[in-house]
Design a protein. Structure first.
Length: 367
């Protein structure tokens, strides 16, 4: 089959699967269909990763100029990661060996599936999550009242106790006043009208107790002022904590992810399992399939490449060995040539010296 017999879309999905179009076109039709299906799964997994990350990032960033490039980048990462996981798996002769080799890739695929599924799960359960978070916020606000209720109740009881005790003293002072006025008017007691001894004693008693009540009033005002200050501080703390919780009503993306397990636990697990199945489907397809024509052609291509590589390597080694021998021979020749030149030079010098000595002897003899 020629490459031109495969449609553009078919070639695209074959490249998505990590398969070589040139090699797979030499395979039967069923092998090409298998790798096209793997490529489709990888492509749509990357598309889901893009959609998932786009939603998740839009919950964190408000600008689409930031969200869109990051979502595309994440989708490409997942695409290349899935493509590598499938492409790097080679069918072996042993199923057990295949399984051992595939375990790290399966773990990586499962982790990728979980990461992709979470933002989509949050989107699917968005209404339930928002309702849960609002109710949780209301419950937290109500716990604030319970938290400070005992302290506020204790202060209220102290204030009521002081006021009740002071009211009793005011009633007692009123009674002393009535006894004093009654005695002085002659309507009770001794029955003598005027400021007699009994009248004066009751007046003194009333005045002393009235002064004591006034001192007690000042003490009580001071105590009630302190209690009121503590109550004000507690109420300010209560209102401050409530305002902080109310301000946190707009929950972030990670708060929603945390609430996901509380809202739709089984449904969330079910959706996550679907994503795990989609993510691991290409690898499981290759793992469960026996070695096919494409795998054999890949092994043949790799074997041919390694054979040619070894041939080139051996040729280079032989060439280097020959070059080494030639260099050695050349060095020996140069050495011998230099020795010969040195011997000739020494012979010439010896002959010249001999001639010089002979000339000197002939000159001496003639004299």
């Amino acid at each position: 089959m020629g490459t031109n017999e495969v449609s553009f879309l078919g070639r695209f999905f074959l490249r998505c699967s990590g398969a070589s179009v040139e090699i797979i076109n030499r395979c039967p039709e069923f092998e090409r269909i298998k790798y096209t299906s793997i490529g489709v799964t990888i492509f749509f997994t990357a598309l889901l990763a893009f959609i998932s990350s786009f939603y998740g990032l839009s919950q964190i960033f408000s600008s689409y100029f930031i969200v869109l490039p990051l979502a595309v980048f994440w989708g490409l990462i997942i695409f290349n990661l899935d493509r590598y996981i499938v492409q790097s798996h080679r069918a072996g002769d042993s199923k057990y060996q295949n399984l051992i080799i595939s375990v790290p890739r399966l773990i990586l695929a499962i982790l990728v599936a979980i990461i992709i599924s979470k933002p989509l799960e949050v989107k699917l359960f968005e209404d339930e999550i928002n309702a849960y978070l609002v109710q949780e916020n209301i419950d937290r606000i109500s716990t604030i009242d319970k938290k400070y209720k005992s302290d506020l109740l204790r202060l209220s009881e102290q204030k009521a106790g002081y006021e009740s005790a002071f009211e009793e003293k005011l009633k007692l002072r009123e009674k002393y006043y009535d006894d004093y006025r009654c005695e002085c008017n002659g309507t009770c007691g001794t029955g003598l009208r005027g400021r007699g001894r009994e009248c004066e004693e009751r007046k003194v008693k009333y005045d002393l107790f009235s002064a004591e009540v006034e001192l007690e009033r000042k003490k009580m005002d001071d105590l009630l002022g302190r209690i009121l200050q503590k109550e004000t501080e507690l109420w300010n703390r209560v209102n401050s904590e409530k305002e902080t919780l109310q301000a946190a009503t707009n929950m972030g993306f990670f708060d929603k992810v945390g609430a996901l397990g509380e809202v739709g636990n089984m449904a969330s697990v079910f959706i996550m399992m679907i994503f795990i199945l989609i993510e691991t489907a290409p690898l499981l397809t290759k793992l469960l399939s026996k070695k096919g024509p494409y795998d054999n052609l890949i092994m043949q291509t790799e074997f041919e490449f390694e054979t040619n590589f070894l041939k080139v390597k051996d040729f280079n080694l032989n060439q280097r060995e020959k070059n080494r021998e030639l260099n050695k021979i050349s060095t020996d020749l140069e050495k011998k040539s230099m020795e010969s030149e040195l011997k000739n030079s020494m012979r010439e010098k010896a002959l010249k010296r001999y001639e010089d000595i002979r000339k000197d002897q002939d000159s001496f003899s003639s004299n």
